[in-house]
Ligand binder design. Structure first.
Ligand SMILES: Cc1cc2nc3c(=O)[nH]c(=O)nc-3n(C[C@H](O)[C@H](O)[C@H](O)COP(=O)(O)OP(=O)(O)OC[C@H]3O[C@@H](n4cnc5c(N)ncnc54)[C@H](O)[C@@H]3O)c2cc1C
Length: 378
């Protein structure tokens, strides 16, 4: 089967939105006013999330009746691209805006939509994703965390791992086993879990750069009320895989080192040798091609298509590109990067060297994505 992409560009309206967000970034995210990060999952700023909510830049593609903007996936891409390339602190709303909101909108009850979507669109709620477990990462269908039916709801027991933002999250969308079946994909369900429930323990995991943005989360007989089952009991696998398609091909998969390149040019741009010029030239052309893939995927989703294979291609190409950029910059500069350097470029390069290996792992490893692409080509 041939894999199709649509050829597309930003429309005049989308370019106008881009200018609007750029102007916002100039006035609200001035250089030196905050420590920028590399792409998503940097740090949180509740004030920034609330401000983005007030401007209608969260929940953009959600229905207006639940506080959303009824806008397109491409418009969300335009907004997110500008914020990410400035290294803005988006952690407070990132997962809720990208993924949990759309999943609740798609599978949630009317009551759940009314309860969760408006505060997500206002930037008030922080969500995390409870999929991976100590023995279930790529083989997600083998999760062992179990919810057992009790009077008025369910009790949840088990352990999740690598849960980004678990330490600050208000809610987790958790994937767990609720039934028995010889087919591992059946008998799974999703719940919206209040992270402040009794029996939830969050154990931070320190990353190579010393931050602790993800965690192990242990559930010890945690009670979940009946009305927080998300979607159909037993349909968790289907829901969860559709959720993954929301998170795969966005700008966060190819923009992480953008600021690093910009800072490199500011510091070394006046004396680039041929090697540096060649590296930058090829990086820019690859970057532009991958951005087109991402834009195409967003456009296809807006057209009602389900470009899951194209998304996997975008993430595979994008994250590998990001790592190549970091390795290339490391070769070009003659310095020992340090997290405590007084120069931003050096601090960010040090951070990138330490965290970039994770870019091809989070959200599904590149080996797993290539399996999806191969099946799509069959
Ligand atoms: C920064 C970061 C943030 C994360 N945030 C979250 C989060 O918020 N929520 C969450 O649920 N999870 C999160 N994860 C977990 C992530 O989704 C898993 O790490 C990932 O799915 C891989 O699973 P694993 O670590 O168990 O590795 P494994 O599945 O054990 O894989 C180990 C290696 O074997 C390869 N491999 C495995 N199976 C196959 C196969 N069938 N064919 C070929 N190769 C294979 C993999 O590609 C990998 O190289 C995060 C991970 C990182 C690094």
């Amino acid at each position: 089967m041939a894999i199709q992409f649509v050829a597309t560009e930003l429309t005049d309206d989308e370019r106008a939105l881009q200018q609007e967000v750029r102007a916002f970034c100039e006035s609200h995210l001035e250089d030196g006013s905050f420590e920028p990060g590399l792409g998503m999952m940097v740090a949180r700023s509740k004030e920034l999330s609330l401000e983005l909510g007030r401007r209608g830049w969260l929940g953009m593609a959600l229905p207006t009746e639940y506080g959303g903007g009824d806008r397109s996936v491409v418009e969300r891409l335009v907004v997110v691209e500008e914020l990410l390339r400035r290294g803005a602190h988006l952690e407070q709303h990132w997962t809720a805006d990208r993924q949990s909101g759309p999943v609740i909108n798609r599978f949630g009850t009317e009551e759940q939509k009314r309860r969760f979507l408006p505060p997500i669109c206002r930037g008030e709620l922080c969500f995390c994703i409870g999929m991976s477990e100590p023995d279930s990462g790529s083989d997600l269908a083998s999760v062992k965390t179990r919810a057992t039916k009790v009077d008025g709801g369910w009790t949840l027991s088990g352990t999740k791992i690598w849960t980004s933002n678990a330490h600050i999250a208000d809610y987790m969308i958790v994937l767990c086993r609720t039934g028995e079946s010889d087919d591992a994909h059946k008998g799974l369900s999703q719940f919206i879990l209040d992270m402040h429930s009794e029996g939830v323990t969050v154990n931070p995991i320190t990353f190579l750069d010393g931050t602790a943005e993800f965690a192990e989360v242990v559930f010890d007989d945690v009670f979940i009320p009946e009305d927080l089952l998300l979607g159909e009991e037993g349909d968790g696998w289907h829901q969860c895989t559709s959720e993954l398609s929301f998170e795969r091909a966005g700008p966060e998969r190819w923009i992480s080192p953008f600021l690093l390149v910009e800072l490199f040019l500011r510091e070394y741009g006046s004396s680039l040798n041929p090697e540096a010029r060649s590296f930058l030239g090829s990086s820019v052309s690859r970057w532009w091609g991958i951005r087109q893939v991402s834009l195409s995927v967003a456009r296809m989703i807006d057209e009602g298509l389900a470009p899951s294979v194209q998304s996997a291609i975008g993430k595979d190409l994008g994250t590998e590109f990001e790592q190549t950029v970091v390795a290339g910059l490391q070769q070009l500069v003659d310095l020992e990067p340090s997290l405590s350097s007084d120069r931003l470029f050096h601090r960010l390069l040090a951070r990138a060297i330490l965290i970039s290996p994770s870019w091809t792992i989070r959200g599904g490893t590149n080996e797993i994505l290539r399996g999806i692409i191969r099946k799509g080509l069959a």
